[in-house]
Design a protein around this ligand. Structure first.
Ligand code: CS2
Ligand code: MG
Length: 403
């Protein structure tokens, strides 16, 4: 038995907030798990510290599945982003420990490599089509095989996904939420010309992606998907809010553009209908928000039955600990599709030194034992938590809207 002797939550803000769980064991091996829930970070800190950690001490760190079930079924209150992020952190840390004890990189325990590397997509954005296409060209020159295109919408002051920085788009900031203004009509006019210009400039040997960020109705999404078809997008992401999965059936009736959804999902139950009715092509659930490696494997195995592939969320609010876990998972899972990769800042990378690498559009988790990611606790302690919110979205007449 490998006893859990201690666990602590490390909150740090090296440019943005991260919550990291560190679990220690009787033979000195420790493991890390990401528990960051963007804009609601401290709720998971409390869930872990006040409610989960006291139940972990003394348990056998090797019993990953049993601990997962204990935290999930045992809480009585199932699912939800706070619960599932906390369980994810415990689960990830336990896999890190098990792989370290085995003396193997985690992906070897998950069945070994199913491919040479993990294809990632980068974010090209700009305030105009020209700027966005120019940014995409730079990604292509750096070897990216898949690029997400988000451009400013003429007539709207600010839009999600668009920043002037080359790499670092950061959605959460401000002591109170920033307010964006939205017009579906203006947006819908702006996306097809963006894709047309991008295909003309970049050719056809690169995958192009787009995120609608839950702001369309199903019929609007169907129209956008259809208008993008000539430009062969890899996927249209979060076309409509997925609380009502039936909405995706309506989109499907109107377009063959592949659909991706699930970055806000936290369990297999959120994805079940979408997967079994083949209403989506890519499932975006990720390690930190969907119950860790144990639960993500379950979702992926289920999705594989229906030829739905993975496309894990990988924005900057998913820490390098999550990124490492995602890469071990992505390298080994049979039905891998693509992995999102938004680079972290240099300071974040200093706080979380890691073995994973990027080369020519592909990433690899590296061959360090465990997850292959560390936390520099002294440096982390120098950067205190700073409240930050995701933005909100309103229609031009002031109505609150999805974002
Ligand atoms: O596709 C994506 O990366 C996103 O939709 C994110 O920017 C998302 O809004 C943030 O990660 C939320 O924390
Ligand atoms: Mg998204």
């Amino acid at each position: 038995m490998l006893r859990i002797t201690g666990a602590k939550v490390i909150v740090s803000c090296p440019g943005r907030n991260f919550v990291t769980l560190k679990i220690e064991t009787s033979d000195g091996v420790y493991g890390l798990g990401d528990a960051t829930l963007n804009g609601r970070e401290l709720s998971v800190v409390s869930y872990l510290t006040d409610h989960v950690i006291p139940c972990l001490i003394g348990r056998d760190a090797h019993r990953i599945e049993d601990i997962w079930q204990y935290l999930y079924k045992g809480a009585y209150w199932r699912r939800g982003p706070v619960t599932m992020s906390a369980i994810a952190a415990v689960d990830t840390a336990l896999w890190d420990i098990k792989a370290k004890v085995a003396g193997l990189p985690l992906y070897q325990l998950l069945g070994g490599a199913s491919r040479e590397g993990v294809m990632v997509y980068g974010h090209a954005n700009g305030t105009t089509i020209e700027e966005t296409v120019e940014a995409a060209r730079r990604y292509q020159a750096e070897g990216y095989k898949a690029i997400r295109l988000q451009s400013g919408v003429p007539g709207l002051a600010s839009t999600y996904g668009v920043s002037n920085d080359r790499y670092f788009y950061e959605p959460a900031n401000g002591n109170t939420p920033h307010e964006n203004v939205w017009s579906t009509e203006k947006y819908l006019r702006s996306v097809p010309p963006l894709f047309e210009a991008a295909r003309e400039a970049l050719g056809w040997d690169v995958h192009l992606l787009h995120d609608a960020h839950h702001r369309l109705t199903p019929i609007e999404a169907g129209r956008l998907g259809r208008e993008l078809e000539p430009f062969r997008p890899f996927w249209l992401e979060d076309a409509t809010p997925a609380e009502n999965p039936d909405g995706f059936r309506l989109i499907r009736q109107h377009t063959t553009t592949p659909l991706a959804v699930g970055e806000v999902f936290n369990s297999i139950w959120d994805a079940k209908q979408l997967i079994e009715e083949q209403l989506i092509d890519y499932i975006r659930t990720t390690v930190v928000h969907a119950g860790g490696i144990t639960h993500l494997r379950r979702i992926a195995s289920f999705a594989d039955l229906y030829q739905v592939r993975t496309g894990c969320h990988g924005a900057t609010d998913l820490s390098p600990v999550c990124m490492a876990a995602a890469l071990h998972f992505g390298l080994s899972v049979p039905n891998f599709g693509v992995q999102e990769y938004m680079r972290h800042t240099e300071l974040t990378d200093q706080v979380f030194p890691h073995a994973y690498t990027f080369e020519n559009g592909m990433m690899h988790p590296g061959d360090a034992i465990g997850l292959g990611v560390e936390i520099d606790e002294d440096l982390a302690a120098k950067h205190e938590y700073k409240r930050a919110y995701l933005p909100v979205n309103r229609l031009e007449d002031g109505t609150m809207w999805s974002w």
